[in-house]
Design a protein around this ligand. Structure first.
Ligand SMILES: Nc1ncnc2c1ncn2[C@@H]1O[C@H](COP(=O)(O)OP(=O)(O)OP(=O)(O)O)[C@@H](O)[C@H]1O
Length: 354
């Protein structure tokens, strides 16, 4: 049985929570067969499935249409061109960048990748931080080597349900530290293109810190779908983050948002929150650049300890406040990519030929 226009228009008005946009506007589609209504979405959000199912059932009830079961199927919109060398199986690439080193970019990239996977997405993580690859340690995969059947292409290493590759698996990181720009950029391209990626919704790329030539070249050579900039809230870091946003603007890569890391510290003894590095820095940056703050993470010794132990907080303590913050950020990135894709599709002018 095909879906009635009344039911379709009612379902199209349901709002996606992260963007507040209607499913119809976002390009969701629905089928109804033998009482099973399937909703096809372009974003992932495990917690929304229950409320969405209820809304769909209600829409059916109001119209007297029997819906015995609701199924929700999500897949990321296909941003990466299928002819992209080595990346044909990847739908969207998310670059995690920072204006300067040590702000928590890698910890954010790893937890973001795991949060996307927690919601049901198929995820890969590439460690492009060639000067200090930390993904192998953070995923508890140190000492593993990507297997190769033909001596040319590598199978990614699997950890915590995601696929990853890092120069840290392949070379001595002390050697990488003295590479010149073109070598570093060549190495990343090889890492991306010579890995046999399975079908992935998202490939998260942990970029090298900074906004110099290397980063610019990488941003241009990799078909990045969106970038996320990680910063700490103090002024100096923020001005670097601003340069990060500018860099992506220069190469026309949309920045989905800023993550303010080490935003505050909660005192163990009294629970008081102290904004050690200053307050509202991310908001000021957002106001200036038009790029929203997607979330704030506390300075929390567990984030470091979990990452060092190879069990990032999203895995180690999935119910914690910190894990929920990463998951909320992941949902915003996922919804951004869906919404942006739909906008870019509708922006294509329709040319009528007489
Ligand atoms: N919010 C946080 N609270 C406590 N520790 C954190 C937090 N975020 C990151 N860390 C820790 O701080 C250290 C630096 O973080 P990370 O390696 O993610 O930074 P980075 O920006 O990727 O650094 P680099 O540019 O050197 O690669 C790590 O030990 C990490 O576990």
């Amino acid at each position: 049985m095909s879906i009635s226009p009344e039911l379709l228009s009612s379902l199209s008005t349901i709002e996606e929570p992260a963007t507040g946009r209607a499913l119809g506007e976002l390009g969701a589609s629905f089928t109804l067969q033998s009482g099973v209504l399937t909703a096809y979405l372009g974003c992932f959000n495990r917690d929304w499935q229950g409320p969405l199912t209820e809304q769909i059932q209600q829409a059916g009830n109001l119209l007297g249409i029997a819906i015995d079961r609701v199924e929700i199927e999500s897949s990321a919109p296909k941003y990466v061109e299928s002819e992209s060398n080595g990346l044909a199986n990847v739908s969207a690439i998310i670059a995690v960048a920072s204006g300067k080193g040590g702000v928590g970019k890698s910890a954010t990239a790893a937890n973001l990748a795991l949060a996307l996977a927690f919601d049901g997405a198929r995820v890969g993580l590439v460690d492009a931080d060639i000067y200090g690859p930390s993904v192998p340690i953070m995923l508890g995969a140190e000492g593993k080597t990507p297997a190769s059947d033909d001596g040319k292409k590598m199978n990614p290493v699997q950890a915590h349900g995601i696929y990853c590759n890092s120069l840290g698996f392949i070379i001595d990181s002390d050697k990488a530290a003295v590479w010149r720009g073109p070598m570093a950029s060549g190495a990343l391209q090889q890492l991306l293109n010579d890995t046999i990626w399975p079908e992935l919704d998202y490939l998260v790329v942990d970029m090298p810190p900074g906004t110099g030539d290397i980063q610019l070249t990488l941003a241009q050579k990799v078909p990045v779908s969106t970038a996320l900039v990680v910063t700490t809230p103090q002024n100096l870091a923020l001005s670097d983050a601003r340069r990060g946003v500018d860099m992506f603007n220069q190469v026309s890569i949309p920045v989905c948002g800023v993550v303010e890391n080490m935003s505050y510290y909660t005192c163990d003894a009294c629970g008081h929150q102290n904004a050690i590095f200053g307050e509202s820095g991310g908001d000021a940056l957002a106001a200036e650049t038009g790029v929203p703050v997607l979330g704030r993470l506390p300075l929390d010794p567990n984030i470091r300890a979990d990452a060092d132990a190879g069990n990032p907080t999203v895995i180690k303590s999935p119910d914690s406040d910190v894990a929920n913050r990463y998951i909320a950020i992941a949902r915003k990135v996922s919804a951004f990519l869906w919404s942006r894709f739909q906008a870019s599709q509708s922006a294509v002018p329709i040319i009528e030929i007489e």
